[in-house]
Ligand binder design. Structure first.
Ligand SMILES: NC(=O)c1ccc[n+]([C@@H]2O[C@H](COP(=O)([O-])OP(=O)(O)OC[C@H]3O[C@@H](n4cnc5c(N)ncnc54)[C@H](OP(=O)(O)O)[C@@H]3O)[C@@H](O)[C@H]2O)c1
Length: 455
């Protein structure tokens, strides 16, 4: 049986998982692929460090170019992470005629166009199934089996750390800081979780999905991104009362005017299939014009699920090599769409503000919303009763009719939270309305603004 030699850059979580998955399933892989795959050399800058797998010492090298320029190595798996030096190593490997498999969403989101061009120029494959959704086979499914579709929408719960934290906050009614500590202890969050909790990891993955599904280059920095650090247990509890779950959602939507995209904490109706995606699970929901709605669900990260995805790409490539089949050089990412990028577009929103518990305030706020063309779907006033006006086309007028006209009175009054869900509105108009509500003193503070996913 022919042997295909693989070089691996890095031996951390994903590298160990890749190595272990190959050891575990070697016989089945050989039977399926008709080839023996050997991870022959591994970049390891700390050969003394304890690793999650036992690797013969002679496989280690501290010099990446000993792997990149090894004539016997045909495939390089980049599992070291970070934009640099990973991008440079991948570029050099492609130039040296090696096929490259990577799990590195940060490098791909920023340098995917350049790396893909190098792969095409040098007639080698660049594969990256593990970069989005860990073990979930989304990349190869949409670019192979589902290639007959034009995609209209993608929604993704794309980050394990944030999904674990939001699920625990929902289930335990606990606050962000407490749950983050617990997540760090259990290994669901890094010591420095900023890349995850601020939404940047999800934005990298959404950028890859946009290029894959919509043929458009939208760099992560151009995707409006908001993380979960400001999400409170209070908002999650109110969302639950309204029939929603709070999830960090990446989404991109094709509209007649252009591409809408964002990563932000979002209220998902409990009836939406994505609402039940909990803890370390992730999911990608796509809507194609032929296949209609599809959801891909699975472990979004972790040693073995991600190792499985990296190994799957390695096996595919090895299979082509050994069968002398033409390489699948069809670029997976494309960047030629002229569709304008609109940012967040218009949406329904959940708003929580704090206002004095005084007659007339609710009406003034509703009137201000109405002035900006914003209609209220639901209103909840805690401490001062609950109202749910249902579909109120001009909510301002409806409330204004019921309020006392003046804001007089100098005694300090208790404050109450006011919670609104507004019908579809442009974010700019909403921000202007909220600014006026604040400037005129109708609300003491605007505490939370979150997008609401349509039912
Ligand atoms: N972890 C997951 O579940 C997961 C899921 C999907 C995708 N990914 C992606 O997979 C990649 C790897 O992630 P990971 O979690 O496996 O990271 P990790 O556990 O930190 O492992 C990274 C490995 O690369 C090595 N490395 C990093 N920079 C290096 C450099 N400049 N020179 C030499 N070696 C270097 C590290 O060496 P040291 O050990 O010496 O530091 C370590 O062996 C990242 O792109 C990540 O985004 C990870």
């Amino acid at each position: 049986m022919k042997t295909i030699k693989v070089g691996m850059l890095g031996i951390g979580t994903v590298g160990s998982g890749t190595y272990k998955a190959l050891e575990m399933n070697m016989a089945a892989i050989e039977k399926f692929a008709g080839v023996h795959i050997e991870i022959a050399k591994i970049l390891n800058r700390r050969p003394e460090a304890k690793r999650a797998v036992d690797v013969p010492r002679e496989k280690y090298t501290a010099d990446p170019y000993e792997i990149i320029h090894d004539p016997e190595i045909q495939i390089i798996a980049e599992v070291m992470g970070g934009i640099e030096p990973a991008t440079t190593y991948m570029a050099e490997a492609l130039k040296a005629g090696k096929h490259v498999v990577t799990a590195n969403k940060a490098a791909l989101a920023v340098n995917g166009r350049m790396l893909q061009q190098l792969a095409m120029d040098h007639h080698v494959m660049l594969r990256f199934e593990a970069s989005v959704g860990g073990g979930i086979p989304i990349i190869n499914a949409v670019s192979d089996q589902l290639v007959s579709n034009q995609y209209d929408e993608v929604l993704g719960i794309l980050n394990v750390t944030t999904n674990y934290i939001l699920t625990q906050m929902t289930d335990k009614g606990a606050d962000y800081a407490d749950v983050l500590r617990d997540a760090q202890e259990k290994g669901f969050a890094e010591a420095d979780p900023s890349g995850d909790v601020e939404g940047h990891d999800a934005a990298n993955k959404l950028s890859i999905l946009i290029s894959l599904l919509f043929g458009k280059e939208v760099l992560p920095k151009d995707i409006p991104t908001q993380g979960i650090t400001a999400v409170s247990a209070m908002d999650i509890s109110y969302a639950t009362e309204f029939g929603y779950k709070v999830k960090l959602l990446g989404r991109a939507l094709r509209t007649p005017e252009g591409l809408v995209c964002s990563v932000e904490p979002t209220l998902l109706p409990v009836s939406h299939p994505m609402a039940s995606v909990s803890n370390e699970f992730n999911a990608v929901f796509v809507k194609g014009n032929a296949v209609d709605e599809l959801m891909f669900y699975g472990k979004g990260a972790g040693q073995m699920p991600t190792g499985s995805a990296v190994l799957g790409d390695i096996i595919d490539i090895a299979n082509c090599i050994v069968k002398n089949a033409a390489y699948d050089l069809q670029p997976l990412l494309s960047y030629d769409s002229e569709m304008p990028v609109l940012g967040e577009g218009s949406a329904q929103y959940y708003i929580r503000m704090t206002a004095a518990d005084r007659p007339g305030i609710l009406g003034r706020i509703a009137t201000t919303f109405a002035k900006y063309g914003i209609s209220l779907e639901s209103v909840m006033q805690r401490g001062g009763g609950t109202a749910n006006p249902g579909a109120v086309p001009s909510a301002g007028a409806a409330f204004a009719a019921n309020i006392a006209p003046s804001m007089s009175g100098s005694e300090p009054e208790p404050s109450v939270p006011l919670i609104f869900i507004v019908y579809k509105v442009d974010r700019k108009a909403l921000d202007e309305a909220l600014q006026e509500i604040r400037d005129k003193g109708y609300a003491e503070s605007i505490n939370a603004v979150m997008r609401v996913q349509e039912r």
